[in-house]
Design a protein around this ligand. Sequence first.
Ligand code: RNT
Ligand code: ZN
Length: 432
Amino acid sequence: MTTKNAYPVPDDQSLEQQYTWAKDWYGQYEIDTDQAIKAALQVPVSLHCWQADDVHGLETHEGQVDGGGIMATGGYPGCARNGDEIRQDLSKVLQLTPGVLRTNIHAFYAETGSTPVTRDALTADHFARWLDWAADEKIGLDFNTTFFAHPLAADGFTLSHADAAVRDFWVQHGIACRHIAAAMAERLGSPCVLNHWIPDGAKDSPADRWGPRARLVESYDRMLDDRHGVDRTRCVDAVESKLFGLGSEDYVVGSFEFYSAFALTRKLLLCLDMGHYHPTETIHDKLSALLQFHERLLMHVSRPLRWDSDHVVIFNDDLKAVFLEWVRGGALDRAVVAMDFFDASINRIAAYVTGARATRKAILYALLDPVARLQADERAGRNAQKLALMEEWKTMPFEAVWHKLCLQGGVPPGAAWLTDVEAYERDVLAQR
Ligand code: RNT
Ligand code: ZN
């Protein structure tokens, strides 16, 4: 063991020895750990930009309007205050997280200088700095319409609003964002997923659940009309459902049923956020059902704690179950993975890295699963053997393979990345 810092990791030689042993052990079950590492590193994970600044956005000139139930709690020092600081933080996260990463930005992270630009008039020029940064980092960008934190969203309705003028503003925002997403894809040479989430809903006992949903269909259809000339191979529209939110406890217009049917009929990507269901409901069982009909699914990797709390993602049973499902169905290439959480109560960079590394870890864990063996046992009625093997798998020498993935991905193994984050906190965050 080297103990040159507070977060010791085994030396390179011990790591190599451990890996050789683990490789052999998994190999006896016909699992190729080298292959698993290679495949796990290649799955793109889209890093959300909004953990860096507690989902504030950059529209300072318009004045911040809260709303939509999106609120990071906590007051840990070091919050990013502008686009440059957010990008600086994200670059640090990219350095400490293994594998292919992208970055996911929200429309209200536009940088329009001293000229206020309304959301329906945004263009790719307002994201020039993001584009330059992404090109520099050699990563792709994903994008999101921002239908919250705005005076025209303050009464809880946007695309489904009863007032046609309000709906129209948001439709125009959607169209503007679709053009921006296509431009991002063109510039960076990789399709851009444009996710749409709206806060629309009612706190209590709506007398009309039908009108808003009918209007929502109509608004989206206008927004997604191909006559706007948006190239769908570049801008990949996704829609995200939700069960309830702060201020929309009784009724959410864009519910799961609404969007599953809508996405299917309009050939859109359906987005499943891990925190958007009943408190005891998890998403892994939904995959094999939805994927009979959908080509791909977008996942918002998040962690609900008693409610849609957006806690930092950790390597827990829910996360493992989700990626195991993708792998057991031979469908990992149909998963579109994006992170969505925000915690302002701890070091924000550590929050990012913890969540992103946990996500990559769960992908690797799933790729080391003895799927063929488990499924053969099940077919043969050897269910006790199947269950016992699933249990044994939880204590296989996974750690050694994870360390190896980190080394191959060019990032520190173990907890050593915390040394970097602590230095960054001292030198950068504490100076803000
Ligand atoms: C809200 C959705 C949505 C947002 C981001 C900021 O409940 O999860 O994805 O978290 O768009
Ligand atoms: Zn989400």
